[in-house]
Design a binder for this molecule. Structure first.
Ligand SMILES: *[C@@H]1O[C@H](CO)[C@@H](O)[C@H](O)[C@H]1NC(C)=O
Ligand SMILES: *[C@@H]1O[C@H](CO)[C@@H](O)[C@H](O)[C@H]1NC(C)=O
Ligand SMILES: *[C@@H]1O[C@H](CO)[C@@H](O)[C@H](O)[C@H]1NC(C)=O
Ligand SMILES: *[C@@H]1O[C@H](CO)[C@@H](O)[C@H](O)[C@H]1NC(C)=O
Ligand SMILES: *[C@@H]1O[C@H](CO)[C@@H](O)[C@H](O)[C@H]1NC(C)=O
Ligand SMILES: *[C@@H]1O[C@H](CO)[C@@H](O)[C@H](O)[C@H]1NC(C)=O
Ligand SMILES: *[C@@H]1O[C@H](CO)[C@@H](O)[C@H](O)[C@H]1NC(C)=O
Ligand SMILES: *[C@@H]1O[C@H](CO)[C@@H](O)[C@H](O)[C@H]1NC(C)=O
Ligand SMILES: *[C@@H]1O[C@H](CO)[C@@H](O)[C@H](O)[C@H]1NC(C)=O
Ligand SMILES: *[C@@H]1O[C@H](CO)[C@@H](O)[C@H](O)[C@H]1NC(C)=O
Ligand SMILES: CC(=O)N[C@H]1CO[C@H](CO)[C@@H](O)[C@@H]1O
Length: 550
């Protein structure tokens, strides 16, 4: 308690302490009846709040205690929301008055530092160019979380510009936020770009988090941090006031410790939004699917699941321990009642590996989409309105670490001689639709009459093939590298391979098939429960009992 008060003093705990003591419904905590935060699910936390075992203010205090315990070593969280306590107290009061907004009522959630909020928090994509900038309203997904009763606890660090700045940077590094590390090996590459969201959900620095993905940025850090990630169909979740890379590929999704927790967050953020016209493609009219109800133990029964083996064997084979765990996973799927169809290969896989089309689409979208985001700012301290402005700032502002961290992605975008409205663009875009479509995932689903495919998450076939067609993917923990794994580092010294590093399995399907994918992922997760068997080398210790007055 003493240690914690000292830690929290830095962020204003003292001034808010009366809220903790003054709650009318407050009951003295008994350790043993309180959920442990590393294990606690949304169902358990919601039940605890409803039973008045603890309050949302207690949860805010506990999670902030945990953030401060590991932040100096892992740098997962860039900013805390100074309003979090007041919001928690208001939600506690609502609950005390008999009102519940639903399962997320009063639960602290962290969001990636490219999802804007119209409050005291910054939204920078990790760049000093946007520090102090203001937006006219919350990003739609943030507004939806608030409406569902979630407490936006803070912003998570990320690969700067969602990894669309440099060819010589590192996963999880941003100028503003520093280098994020994973918790499964000292110096672990946390993957990216939703690095901080991955670490934060894994270590229960909040109930769960939101990430964003253009190609792999939810799935990969979810895999490497031993959690579940849902990468939704492009258009299922609004990107309004989310710092973009590409309108064709960007999507916002949940990163959580369990499939059901991720489903709760997904449910809260999906839906049409007049500020993002891609959401008008959502094919569900009267009612959206119930992604939480989709979490059924029997969901795999009768499902046809394909294995596009050439995508993780032929050119870039998955590591042997991953392949071994994957074979065991196939047995689990079969035992759960699925029909597993092997060698549902992607016919244009080799062509996909050679293709430059995705890079061209992203490079052409970025300047246009970034300028559209910047044009909405209501305060813009560094007066950046174009990618050229951002590049100039980045190359001249010392803490941006240029030229050691270069601006190759910016340079490539600015060097293109066509826009995302030119005929050249459509040729690349259509090539992607073929490579991921008839020549890739959609072709395999059709040819073999499949409900989904499974692949090791760490392979290009898991993220890229779905990224280029805007398709959904769900990743679930599958295992960890064995103790004798050789330790290797990336050029900046991050641990890329080593003992105990988590890996996952990904379920991918056709557009808008999240309901089925969530079900498959849940049925697999519940039969394997891998997450709890893979242990981080470091984890925060603050629990609810530590922040509640005896
Ligand atoms: C509360 O109980 C948990 C699990 O039994 C234990 O790990 C933890 O140390 C306890 N905390 C306190 C403050 O007693
Ligand atoms: C995170 O850690 C850094 C480095 O120790 C520190 O400067 C920063 O204030 C911390 N941020 C939060 C939100 O705790
Ligand atoms: C946002 O950035 C400004 C400028 O650096 C800073 O003064 C402010 O404290 C930041 N907001 C939060 C919530 O950290
Ligand atoms: C969709 O929205 C974008 C940006 O708001 C706009 O440029 C585009 O014209 C819109 N497209 C349609 C079909 O409305
Ligand atoms: C939803 O509405 C649109 C237009 O109103 C219609 O074209 C479409 O068929 C409907 N979809 C479903 C699943 O009912
Ligand atoms: C699918 O790919 C695997 C791995 O490259 C290969 O062994 C197998 O023969 C292929 N099967 C078909 C039907 O193409
Ligand atoms: C901001 O930049 C624009 C050019 O992009 C320039 O015309 C304008 O004068 C600048 N405003 C300020 C306040 O520096
Ligand atoms: C990348 O950055 C590192 C560290 O600053 C530097 O040693 C290396 O030369 C750079 N590589 C390139 C290709 O610029
Ligand atoms: C862009 O450059 C390529 C190769 O230099 C050329 O073939 C193409 O016509 C140019 N496109 C436009 C729109 O200028
Ligand atoms: C690790 O041990 C396994 C099982 O004994 C063995 O097959 C594998 O080759 C070893 N790997 C390394 C890198 O030594
Ligand atoms: C806003 C914030 O907390 N930023 C910190 C993130 O971590 C770096 C170190 O990597 C610190 O320098 C920042 O102050």
């Amino acid at each position: 308690m003493v240690v914690l008060t000292k830690l929290l003093g830095a962020v204003g705990f003292a001034s808010l302490a009366p809220l903790v003591c003054g709650h009318p419904q407050y009951r003295a905590p008994e350790n043993g009846t309180l959920p442990l935060l590393m294990e606690a699910t949304i169902d358990e936390l919601a039940a605890g709040l409803e039973a008045r075992l603890f309050t949302s203010v207690d949860l805010v205090n506990a999670y902030i205690g945990r953030i401060l315990e590991v932040n100096a070593s892992l740098h997962a969280v860039t900013e805390l929301n100074p309003d979090a306590w007041a919001i928690a107290a208001a939600l506690d009061a609502e609950r005390a008055a008999g009102k519940s907004r639903g399962p997320l009522h009063g639960l602290p959630i962290l969001i990636k530092n490219n999802i804007a909020t119209a409050d005291q928090m910054n939204n920078t994509a990790g760049s000093y160019a946007l520090l102090g900038a203001k937006v006219p309203r919350d990003a739609t997904v943030a507004a939806k979380l608030r409406a569902a009763g979630a407490i936006l606890l803070g912003k998570t660090n990320l690969s700067q510009w969602a990894n669309f700045r440099s060819s010589n940077s590192s996963n999880g590094w941003s100028a503003q936020g520093g280098q994020v590390y994973g918790a499964y090996y000292p110096g672990q590459d946390p993957s990216g770009s939703s690095s901080g969201s991955g670490v934060a959900s894994s270590l229960a620095l909040a109930v769960a988090s939101l990430g964003t993905e253009t190609d792999g940025s939810i799935l990969s850090p979810s895999e490497k941090n031993n959690i579940v990630g849902i990468k939704p169909t492009v258009g299922l979740t609004s990107r309004a006031l989310v710092i973009p890379i590409s309108q064709h590929q960007d999507t916002v999704g949940p990163m959580a410790r369990t499939v059901k927790d991720a489903a709760y967050l997904l449910q809260a953020i999906v839906g049409r939004d007049p500020h993002d016209n891609y959401t008008s493609a959502i094919p569900f009219n009267a009612s959206l699917p119930d992604y939480v109800a989709a979490c059924r133990l029997d969901a795999l029964k009768g499902a046809r699941i394909g294995i596009p083996r050439n995508s993780f064997i032929s050119r870039f084979p998955a590591p042997a321990p991953v392949l071994a765990a994957f074979e065991t996973a196939i047995e689990v799927l079969t035992a759960a009642g699925a029909t597993v169809v092997d060698n549902t290969n992607y016919t244009a896989w080799e062509q996909y590996l050679e293709s430059q089309a995705e890079g061209m689409v992203l490079a052409a979208d970025f300047p246009v989409n970034l300028a559209a985001y910047l044009a909405q700012l209501t305060a813009n301290p560094h007066n950046v309105s174009t990618l050229a402005d951002v590049r100039r700032f980045t190359q001249t502002f010392g803490p941006e670490e240029y030229p050691s961290r270069d601006t190759a992605s910016f340079d490539q975008s600015l060097a293109l001689n066509f826009s995302n409205a030119s005929p050249e663009f459509w040729a690349y875009y259509l090539q992607n639709q073929y490579l991921g479509g008839a020549g890739g995932l959609l072709g395999a689903l059709e040819t073999y009459d499949l409900d989904a495919v499974v692949v090791p998450t760490g392979q290009a076939g898991a993220t890229g093939i779905s990224a280029i067609i805007g398709g959904p993917v769900v990743t679930v923990p599958l295992g960890a590298s064995p103790p004798n794994t050789t330790v290797s580092t990336d050029p900046r010294g991050l641990i890329a391979t080593g003992p105990g590093l988590p890996f996952g399995i990904a379920f991918a399907g056709k557009l808008w098939s999240e309901e089925a994918l969530v079900g498959f992922a849940y049925a697999f997760e519940q039969r394997t429960l891998v997450r709890g068997k893979v242990k981080p080398y470091v984890a925060p210790t603050v629990e609810l009992v530590d922040v509640m007055e005896a």
